[in-house]
Write a protein that binds this ligand. Structure first.
Ligand code: A3P
Length: 289
């Protein structure tokens, strides 16, 4: 059965959790607090919307103690404030709140502009994003089952997938790159140096963690530890939402898996469109050659 996506401001959202009302509320009425911390990503950038950063930020908040992240679902630790259920949790969450979303910059809460709330934006090699998103769409019933990788890649490149265009998402958020309440990091940097990345995050958040606490964050946010943690591995989601027989949410957790999926022709097309769409941004990411 085709999935009936919710559409808001021309962008499709999965229907299971989103409604036009929740998105409109998040955009127009949600009151951002100065001490809010937002975890923002395009899907599949390292976090069920960011499961990896959710884990890292929760562990920093608990100063490395894993009991919160092992005892409470990630979506309750960092509510998805633009979704129906997440909104309720966000509104009753005591300050300072940790909040998550996949929203592009132009439909992020308007009240953010007048606040000193912090945004952490994680991005990933878009070729690995599309591969991860493809497998995720196969197992998650809120997403249309892709007919082929070729079709899915075409939809990714033309911005037709739920949550809109990766290019627009990244470009929109990168307009904030020089603001002091904005921090961006890549999945590739997290992979290459998790400890150094956690230190940088602590500095941005004004959290002074000692070496032992940092080691605990690094250990508990490792791919292996997260796979073992049902509070973030999505294993507890009902089978009619996430069909675990079709794959694993924490699938491979590596950089460069796109090379196992793209044909030479697909790679050339991707590079051409990437160059066109990223033109003028004047930023170098780890995957840029
Ligand atoms: P793969 O499908 O490439 O394995 P999101 O949380 O945005 O949906 O992104 C999920 C992606 O992040 C998956 O990518 C998942 O394995 C990866 N991921 C999550 N936690 C990770 C970790 N601790 N280390 C490496 N990758 C991680």
């Amino acid at each position: 059965m085709p999935v009936q996506y919710v559409t808001y401001e021309g962008i499709k959202f999965p229907p299971a959790y989103n409604s036009e009302q929740s998105l409109s509320f998040a955009h127009n009425e949600f009151l951002v607090r100065d001490d809010d911390i937002f975890n923002v990503t395009y899907p599949k950038s390292g976090m069920r919307g960011t499961v990896w950063m959710t884990e890292i930020l929760s562990l920093i908040r608990s100063r490395g103690c894993p009991s919160w992240s092992q005892g409470v679902l990630n979506s309750d630790r960092m509510p998805w404030f633009s979704t129906r259920l997440g909104l309720e949790s966000a509104l009753s969450y005591p300050s300072p709140r940790l909040l998550t979303c996949h929203l592009p910059r132009h439909i992020f809460p308007k009240s953010f502009s007048h606040s000193s709330a912090k945004v952490i934006y994680t991005l990933r090699d878009p070729r690995d994003v599309v591969v991860s998103y493809y497998y995720f769409s196969k197992m998650c019933s809120s997403y249309e089952d892709p007919t082929s990788f070729e079709q899915f890649l075409g939809d990714f490149l033309s911005g037709e997938l739920p949550h809109g265009s990766w290019f627009e998402h990244v470009r929109g958020w990168m307009e904030m790159k020089d603001m002091e309440n904005f921090f961006f990091i890549t999945y590739e940097e997290l992979k290459q140096d998790l400890r150094g990345s956690v230190r940088r995050l602590c500095q941005f958040l004004g959290q002074d963690l000692d070496d032992e606490a940092i080691s605990s964050v690094v250990q508990n946010a490792s791919f292996a530890a997260m796979r073992e943690n049902p509070m973030c591995s999505s294993i507890l989601l009902p089978a009619d939402i996430m069909d675990q027989t079709k794959g694993q949410f924490l699938r491979k957790g590596i950089c460069g898996d796109w090379e196992n999926h793209f044909t030479v022709a697909q790679s050339e097309t991707f590079d051409r469109i990437y160059q066109e769409r990223m033109q003028g941004l004047n930023m170098k990411f780890p995957w840029d050659r």
